[in-house]
Design a protein around this ligand. Structure first.
Ligand SMILES: [Zn+2]
Length: 160
């Protein structure tokens, strides 16, 4: 059956929905974003980047509360949360590239993408704050962050 499908150009990965990182477990949102060993290693590196203690989490709620409890003060907290959402976003984009375009992405590439995305988002958020200030509004970085979070959240829910 497998050979039959491969001969006809059907990718086995599409049928079995195997996790693109480890190629072992079934691809489910909680696995692809949190439980997979590869992704856990990735998250640990992102947390280390911010000097925040990492703990293994098994779903979005646990991850969310771990991120919010991070001991980072003041406006840095907003930057940290932006960086975290950027890393989730990068995981999602990388996952799509691997599944739909057959690209292979290394851990270092994924880390690099995440940091670049975080940088761009922070810059956009700061810019947006400046505009809001000029307009007399009180919208701050966290509003922009929440918007991104909703986008990532929508993707997570889409996947089950
Ligand atoms: Zn996996």
């Amino acid at each position: 059956m497998k050979d039959f499908l491969i001969k006809r150009g059907v990718k086995i990965q599409d049928i079995l929905n195997v996790c693109p990182w480890c190629n072992r477990e079934q691809e489910r949102a909680d696995h692809v974003f949190f439980n997979c060993n590869f992704i856990a290693g990735f998250s640990k590196r992102i947390f280390n980047w911010w000097d925040v203690g990492w703990k293994v989490v098994s779903n979005f709620e646990e991850f969310y509360s771990l991120c919010f409890k991070a001991k980072i003060l003041g406006s840095c907290k907003s930057l940290w949360l932006i960086a975290i959402v950027a890393s989730c976003w990068s995981i999602w984009l990388a996952r799509n590239e691997m599944v739909f375009e057959n690209k292979v992405l290394s851990m270092d590439t994924l880390i690099f993408h995440s940091k670049m995305t975080a940088l761009l988002w922070v810059r956009a958020a700061v810019e947006e704050c400046r505009i809001q200030e000029r307009l007399g509004g009180f919208v701050c970085i966290s509003a922009v962050f929440l918007n991104r979070l909703q986008q990532v959240g929508a993707f997570l829910h889409m996947d089950g």
